[in-house]
Design a protein. Sequence first.
Length: 471
Amino acid sequence: MNNLSKNYINGEWVNWSGPTLDVHEAGTGDVIAKVPASGRDEMEQAIAAADAAFADWSESSLDQRIKVLEQLHAGLKERAGEIAETVCREVGMPIKLATGIQAGLPATITKTYLKMLPDFPFSEQCGNSEVQYAPVGVVGCITPWNYPLHQVILKIVPAIAAGCTVVLKPAEIAPQSAYILAEILDGTDLPKGVFNLVSGEGQTVGDTLIKHPAVRMVSFTGSTRTGGLIAHAAADDFKRIALEMGGKSASVILPDADLAAAVKGTVNNCLLNSGQTCTALTRMLVPADRHDEACELATAAVARMTPGNPLEATTRLGPLASAQQRDKVIDYIKLGIEEGHTLVAGGPEAPEGCDKGYFVKATVFGNVKPGSRLEQEEIFGPVLCVIPYQDEADAIRIANGTQYGLSGAVWSADADRAKKVASKLRTGQVFVNGGDFNPLAPFGGFGHSGIGREFGKWGLEEFLEVRSLQL
Ligand code: NAD
């Protein structure tokens, strides 16, 4: 990557000589890169470029859009190794997982849109009307650090496919994969100004992006707090918003479930990316009379997850992405002890042999009380809450008892029963007996977890306005 000191505006790499942001290696704490802490002027230039490019790109042919996305897909494949290592260093996800998820998923998602686009109905007949789906306009994309390229791809691929133009502001903590993306797009036939990248802080360049009148939609992934600011700013100007935010998802293990398989599936999901996953199953609901057995199984499962160097192929649990995130998670573990939940594994001390980098022990609390802060608040680290319940109705009540609703799981020997319970969860997706992740299915949140959907045709529709021609 040769362009980390620049922004990508109107098809050009534009030098930046102002202040910079340090990018740290999660496993060591070392500074590994510096990117621009750009000013509002750079963001305004990028928005102007996207605005100027919109008229032509919104009229581009489907073939032209498909060609660019095919070139992007080829570039993502070609640079997959570099993407995996970059994100592994920035975020701390072990390299084996980063290769499959952080580098693999962006290419997979791009492919799903390439397959869908030729048959997507950009217009349809409705009685005497022709209903047309038109691009929404200039889109501001703001993304977090935990799956830094995946979250960008989920926005820019359907936006470009819809005929929108884009200004991307990547996360400060993990911006480098967005630069790889910009370099790939720079080598495609995408006309200048359709994609722009401005690096910087949320409070400055992000703020300009969400408030600028030329931006007609903000597609955001990040914390519920920032999502709230964006919703307020968008309301003043009636901008469209798509918000993917936090979660505190429940894994409901019904009394007839295979407890060992359900606990293993829940722990693996909870600890993925060291718990820095919005959909993490962080609340494991178990029948009260099997609580202790579930805690023993969870303890055995986390014991196999010794934190280690994320660049080593055998590591299964890496560090957290930043010192700030590590400290926040440790504070939550201390809070869990103060609130009187039972610490059954892990704890607030640094794991042995991990004096550098942002490591935290995989931690399990038992007898966690519904309504407590530990049970209600998103921790975003390797911390599992085991919550006993009395009966099925109690389990559903507890599962639905947070402000969030992003993901969930239900486990039962009876598939129909599991589906019935899953259908009562107020959440955007539910994994039934460990069902597979599906990149074509809609993804998003109920309540404080989000507005709108990503993935598949639902992700594309977010970027389209509807127009009726009455004929
Ligand atoms: P964050 O909200 O702090 O930051 C996200 C992005 O918003 C960053 O690019 C940041 O610079 C920008 N930002 C911050 N303040 C801003 C402002 N005032 N105006 C405009 N932009 C601003 O979130 P984070 O800590 O980077 O990410 C972690 C959060 O993201 C967690 O809550 C997690 O659950 C959530 N998340 C959700 C999903 C999902 O799909 N639902 C996926 C991944 C992460």
